[in-house]
Design a protein around this ligand. Structure first.
Ligand code: NAD
Length: 406
């Protein structure tokens, strides 16, 4: 048993509290359970989530399982606990999600390992064959820093993803997650190698490989859908995101989306690949992107004041309820046949204008007054199970949870 407090280093928190992570998962489950009241004629039954232990992938798993009663299989890369060291937050999320699913009569399996590897793809296939037969929905929600891949000489090469602008260096400021203070940054322009590497890690090739692997193994149902998540952002984040290395990777994701539709799926309404462009939210991955914590703090302030703020679970519920299912009632905005725009509220010109005005005024002195920096920090710490008022963080808890702890 150890006392667990947050240890924030840069944009990472190196500890996680099991009971707080349990609460995070349960809160999302409660929201998704309301979906179960609307009985849709079409809904996913067997779902594979690649990257299902945190952020948008976890929310997708919760919506499929709690909202639609689907069997779920998640692949993620998380650290298990040791006697005196906590697990990663995603490991606890996964543990408590599975426990809830089983106690509620939903089938839920998880695989831990590198989703880019052939071994994990093979293990996933075996699990699908054993417990589901075929999948009818594949969610691709990886946010990874690196990918090891065989080159043409069959040597394993590791590609590193970088967050950099293209062509010109960028200077800006963001929020230091540990202190909550404004912090200047400079990012040099990416080299061609860095652009290529980022596309290799965060682009669509691995999504395509997963779909091809499952299709060749006859593990996709005739009506299988797949969706991968993207972010575009507006002018304020363009130099770092949309027009930077990650933006290039997201363009590549769309290229592969088209290829999945053309080569692997019956391209009809009930079987197709989609890209869902989602809103900027607080996750471990977005915390790593310079300027996003500041942008999100200002955006949340504006959207909360206007009453149209959405978090992770609300975005995914809207995607499923108005976009992916039921097919004949799709009301979700689309700007390309395969592309859903759940970022429509974020990119509303009036909202972007207001955020832009605040962006120009923001300083150390007025940061708390004109932004939602306090909310950002609370949301960030909550990702790791902290800041729950009902939890006494001074009490020691086991790092390895067990059913007896409840
Ligand atoms: P996250 O950091 O919360 O979760 C990432 C998931 O990927 C985790 O489950 C993690 O275990 C898994 N993962 C990472 N490397 C892995 C590996 N090698 N093998 C297996 N699993 C691995 O991320 P997120 O912010 O939810 O992002 C998910 C997707 O949504 C990304 O494509 C991201 O670009 C997109 N997106 C995010 C935002 C945002 O603001 N956070 C906005 C729009 C779109």
């Amino acid at each position: 048993m150890i006392q667990i407090q947050p240890k924030v280093r840069g944009f990472l928190c190196t500890t996680a509290h099991p009971h707080g992570c349990q609460k995070n998962v349960e809160q999302q489950i409660q929201q998704a359970l309301t979906l179960a009241e609307n009985k849709h004629e079409s809904r996913p039954k067997n779902v594979l989530i690649i990257g299902g232990s945190a952020g948008y992938g976890l929310a997708s798993r919760v919506v499929c399982s709690a909202g639609y009663g689907a069997s779920t299989l998640s692949v993620s890369f998380e650290k298990p606990p040791k006697a005196n060291k906590t697990a990663s937050a995603g490991w606890y999320n996964d543990y408590y999600f599975q426990r809830w699913a089983r106690s509620s009569g939903r089938s839920a399996h998880s695989i831990s390992g590198d989703a880019f590897s052939t071994e994990i793809k093979q293990e996933t296939l075996e699990s699908i064959k054993a417990s589901m037969g075929k999948v009818d929905l594949v969610i691709y929600s990886l946010a990874a820093p690196r990918r090891s891949k065989l080159n043409t000489e069959q040597e394993l090469v590791t590609h590193q993803s970088v967050i950099k602008p293209i062509n010109t260096a960028v200077q800006g400021q963001s929020i230091d997650t540990a202190s909550g203070a404004l912090k200047p940054f400079t990012l040099e322009a990416a080299s061609q190698q860095e652009i290529d590497d980022t596309v290799t890690v965060m682009g669509g090739e691995d999504w395509f490989e997963w779909m091809k692997f499952l299709s060749d193994a006859n593990a996709l149902s005739a009506h299988c859908k797949t969706v991968a998540f993207s972010y575009l952002g507006g002018d304020l984040t363009r130099s770092i995101y949309g027009g930077g290395t990650l933006g290039m990777a997201k363009e590549d994701l769309e290229y592969y989306c088209q290829r999945i539709n053309d080569e692997l799926l019956n391209d009809n309404n009930s079987s197709r690949a989609n890209v869902a462009v989602l809103k900027a939210i607080v996750t471990q991955s977005s915390a790593a992107i310079p300027s996003l914590p500041l942008y999100i703090s200002l955006l949340y302030r504006v959207m909360k004041a206007r009453g149209n703020h959405e978090g992770c679970i609300e975005q995914i519920i809207r995607l499923f309820d108005t976009g992916l299912y039921p097919e004949h009632l799709q009301t979700c905005k689309r700007d390309r046949p395969y592309r859903f725009r759940l970022d429509d509220r974020e990119l509303n010109p009036a909202i972007q204008h207001e955020v832009s005005e605040l962006w120009q005024q923001v300083s150390e002195e007025n940061l708390s007054a004109i932004s939602d920096v306090d909310g950002y920090q609370t949301d960030f710490l909550k990702l790791f199970g902290f800041e729950w008022p009902s939890i006494d963080y001074s009490l020691p808890v086991p790092t390895l949870p067990s059913f007896a702890d409840d």
